[in-house]
Design a protein around this ligand. Sequence first.
Ligand SMILES: [Zn+2]
Length: 365
Amino acid sequence: MWDLPREGTSLTAHTDTTDRAGRGDRRDLTAFIAGLPKAELHVHHVGSASPRIVAELAARHPESKVPADAEALGDYFTFRDFAHFIDVYLSVVDLIKDEEDVRLLTYEVARDMAAQNIRYAELTVTPFSSTRRGIAPQAFMEAIEDARAAAAREFGLSLRWCFDIPGEAGLEAAEETVRLACEHRPEGLVSFGLGGPEIGVPRPQFKPYFDRAIAAGLHSVPHAGETTGPATVWDALTVLRAERIGHGTSSAQDPALLAHLAEHRIPLEVCPTSNVATRAVPDLVHHPLRSMVDAGVLVTINSDDPPMFGTDLCTEYAIAARLLELDAAGVADLARNAVTASFMERDEAKRLNAEIDAHLAAHDG
Ligand SMILES: [Zn+2]
């Protein structure tokens, strides 16, 4: 999820970093990244609805104002400004009217992920958005679990869920989200998160809900430090007992915080294009990714709301490779970081690391 950028700013991410690799090397690296088996840890459910998926949902609901043909949707997805982006996002949320919509969205998002050789994803789902629109909790859980089984069977993609509190909806949403997580717990649920705006939504108020989720065995992965300072990341760590931080962009302003994250092996979920699109950073050249890595923090690369920000995970890896001046071996290390930072089981992690090793060996050989 995003925060509001300042008014009048462009949503287009700039990729004009200095490119030190030669053109041939770059093409080679693009192919390497495309084929690289990857894990994604920070990506939102509705935020992953591509124009193709939105068209399918719109076709199921002809009464909605959303166009149902791909060409018209291209224009519809061209955001004039942030207010327009919010309108479009909410109109997509409104297309999720019943459990079949939930199943279709989840299954089609999995298809798009598998096409990028994503093998494992922890998908951030906001069940509150659906249950408050009248979808029965059990039907919602069955829909996502049905899509999860199909994704594993048909696409070779292993999906897990992070249920997140939409911070802007307040404590009522927090109560409902933790209740859904604990009482209707789907098999794929591994973690508990907090998204939405940070400004005006202090993290500590959510402590009781995180305490309950953690007591139920879920991992704590709140968004923090995306559009507010390092104090929010400290709150996430000390009050919400975060095991991983969504974004954590402003951690780079606090050397003691970076040292703490490195020492305690608390990974950051970095989403470069999203950070530019929401103006969390002015442009990619000024992204603090390098200082996070230099401080020894375990950094993972992610896509957040990819079609909405005109990106995908492969593009984010290519951006990280440019910012960090990585070759194929360095990019493979980023992929391994995501395995390390994930909540996947040991056997699955071993298998995925072996696939990454094999891909690198084939490239070098
Ligand atoms: Zn997010």
